[in-house]
Design a protein around this ligand. Structure first.
Ligand code: CCH
Length: 288
């Protein structure tokens, strides 16, 4: 009897878990980058791919991976993210069936979980689009600004004050680079582990303007080794934002829960999924 013709390859949860495992393994192996991990810059790639979303026009968002192309890849806000895209290239070669747009978000999910953050439910369904889908410059937040700007930018994506503060907790991770944003330094003492330290430090440390020739940023008075952006400080200056900073500083579980929900929303903005939200998967972390 003739063997049945093989249908098209339809990847399942197990296949995506294999991609997760490959990203996690490579995160472990390539530990000579920055503070010892590509995790933070992978998360920033997923966020900048998603954060271009505009609710009013339905444009932007993680569907498309248009940051692969100029002009979007060259937008000032995306400086340095080539390191994350290049990191993922061998993974894409090994799993050619996954779209870049699904891969970037999956890598963001993996980075959060592997840096000991909460589980981030995931579903695939993004397809890569061509250069004509690049979003205009200026859709991502400008760190030199304050609450009015933050609300306008995140409001355009559909986020509330609570979600804005929860998402900002990602700055527990990673650092600023003078050759990328112009700013300098990490926000916390453990930039490769997700914790609520960002909120604690915002409230508990004394912050002063850093005296230097670079862009205006804050440094902690005590050690002068940590930093805050003007947009970070706006979260404690603003009456609408501050209560959430106080809540997350006291309660890491509340932070993890709200962060996970807000990131899941962020990563799915503008994606025309065929599956429903109940069908989201949770990946097993390398240490589960
Ligand atoms: Fe951010 N972020 N971010 N950020 N960000 C920077 C670095 C990271 C702003 C500005 C900057 C979010 C919100 C904001 C990460 C995740 C998130 C840098 C330094 C600037 C500037 C870039 C450099 O020099 O390399 C501003 C402004 C806002 C909002 O107003 C949100 C939301 C997220 C994710 C949920 C992560 C992670 C990094 C570290 C990247 C690295 O390479 O270490």
């Amino acid at each position: 009897q003739e063997a049945k013709a093989k249908g098209p390859f339809i990847p399942k949860f197990e296949d995506y878990q294999k991609v997760y495992d490959a990203v996690a393994k490579q995160l472990e192996e390539k530990d000579e980058y920055d503070d010892g991990s590509y995790g933070p810059v992978l998360l920033r790639l997923a966020w900048h791919a998603s954060g271009t979303y505009d609710k009013a026009t339905g444009t932007g968002g993680s569907n498309g991976a248009t940051m692969r192309f100029a002009p979007e890849g060259d937008h000032g806000a995306n400086a340095g993210l080539k390191a994350a895209r290049d990191f993922l290239e061998p993974i894409k070669e090994k799993f050619p069936w996954i779209s870049y747009s699904d891969l970037w978000v999956l890598a963001g999910v993996c980075a959060i979980q592997e840096m000991q953050g909460p589980k981030i439910p995931y579903r695939p369904g993004r397809s890569d689009r061509d250069v004509s889908f690049c979003t205009p410059d200026g859709r991502l937040p400008d760190a030199s600004k304050e609450q009015k700007h933050i609300r306008a930018i995140f409001g355009r994506m559909g986020f509330s004050d609570r979600e804005i503060v929860a998402l900002s907790g990602a700055h527990a991770l990673g650092r600023c680079h003078t050759d990328r944003s112009g700013y300098d330094g990490p926000w916390t003492f453990s930039p490769t582990t997700l914790t609520n330290d960002y909120y604690k430090l915002l409230l508990e440390e004394k912050w002063a303007w850093k005296k230097w020739n670079g862009p205006s940023q804050y440094e902690d008075v005590k050690t002068k080794s940590l930093m805050m952006l003007p947009t970070d400080m706006a979260l404690i200056k603003d009456k609408g934002f501050r209560p959430y900073v106080e809540k997350y500083a006291k309660d890491n579980d509340a932070f993890f829960k709200d962060f996970s929900e807000a990131v899941t929303t962020l990563f799915e903005l503008g994606v025309p999924f065929a599956s429903s939200a109940e069908d989201r998967w949770t990946f097993k972390s390398s240490f589960d």
